[in-house]
Design a protein around this ligand. Structure first.
Ligand code: GLU
Length: 287
């Protein structure tokens, strides 16, 4: 597959709250990067988590980004309308024997970690996404899996990281970050940061990691511009791209804006939302 020759960037918010200044900064970086080079800028609504996403927040995204002065192509891709694409990708991974059903609850995972004799903080220390999965359901036999499924115990689908790594052992998984430089995704990083990552949640038949990789591929995104809070995730995304036979975009993980107290902006802080700023006649200032 050829790398797309045209610059295409995207901003991919989840409509789970009102956008804040940090989102405006991220969206503008992606928008301006494309526009300055005659490229295309896309907006993607990441609304797979139907329990947390609200139509009012989606509407606010359109209004707030227009207020920031951005323009984007329509129709906008809404992830909730594309579950077939994610199922297709899961099937490709499943056919390679890289997925396993995980019936554990959060409590089961904590208990298993505690029983393993390692302090939970040892294990969470390196994982930005919570406790690293201790592998409980990876060891289930076929019969045990069938029994649990027959008993209607809900399950997630996890990537068997050890098997996935075996599959790519002959390749160097590298990617470029325009600010941090050339990166190599190593087995050690993947095992420490993400482990057997969930690719399809119990409540939703996909996950952030899977959907974002599939969409960036299907939308021919040439440059993924997003905050450094997702830097670690890119290692997993690079692995998934390799397993799914996708091209790897170029990345730019930008700094995260903080308020005057040094805190990252959060959707829950009402006074810092773009909506509040707009309604109160405030000006955009990225500091
Ligand atoms: N939907 C993600 C978020 O709102 C961003 C995804 C991405 O840029 O890769 O944090």
């Amino acid at each position: 597959m050829n790398r797309p020759s045209q610059i295409i960037t995207r901003f991919a918010p989840s409509p789970t709250g009102y956008l804040h200044l940090g989102h405006a900064y991220s969206a503008k970086r992606a928008h301006d990067f494309a526009k300055e080079q005659g490229g295309r800028f896309l907006l993607r609504i990441e609304d797979i988590d139907t329990g947390r996403c609200k139509p009012a927040y989606e509407q606010a995204i359109y209004e707030d980004l227009a207020w920031v002065g951005l323009t984007w192509e329509t129709p906008v891709r809404r992830q909730s309308e594309h579950s077939n694409d994610y199922q297709q990708a899961l099937k490709v991974l499943d056919q390679q024997g890289l997925l396993f059903p995980c019936f554990c609850t959060r409590k089961d995972i904590r208990r298993e970690i505690e029983n393993s004799g390692r302090a939970p903080h040892d294990i969470t220390a390196h994982s930005p996404e919570g406790p690293l999965y201790p592998g409980t359901c990876r060891a289930l036999t076929r019969t045990e899996r069938q029994e649990k499924k027959a008993a209607n115990i809900p399950y997630a689908l996890r990537l068997d990281m050890a098997k996935a790594l075996q599959q790519v052992t002959s390749q160097t998984l590298s990617w470029t970050d325009l600010e941090a430089g050339e990166q190599i995704t190593t087995a050690e990083t993947l095992n420490h940061l993400l482990g057997d990552a969930v690719l399809a949640r119990k409540d939703i038949p996909t996950s952030y990691h899977l959907s974002v990789v599939v969409d960036d591929h299907l939308q021919n995104i040439s440059h993924v511009i997003r905050g450094t809070d997702l830097f670690h995730a890119t290692h997993l995304h690079r692995l998934l791209q390799c397993l799914l036979g996708y091209e790897t975009p170029t990345y730019l993980h930008h700094k995260l804006l903080t308020d005057e107290n040094g805190w990252r902006y959060a959707k829950r802080d009402n006074a810092e939302t773009l909506r509040f700023m707009r309604e109160n006649g405030e000006k955009l200032d990225f500091g």
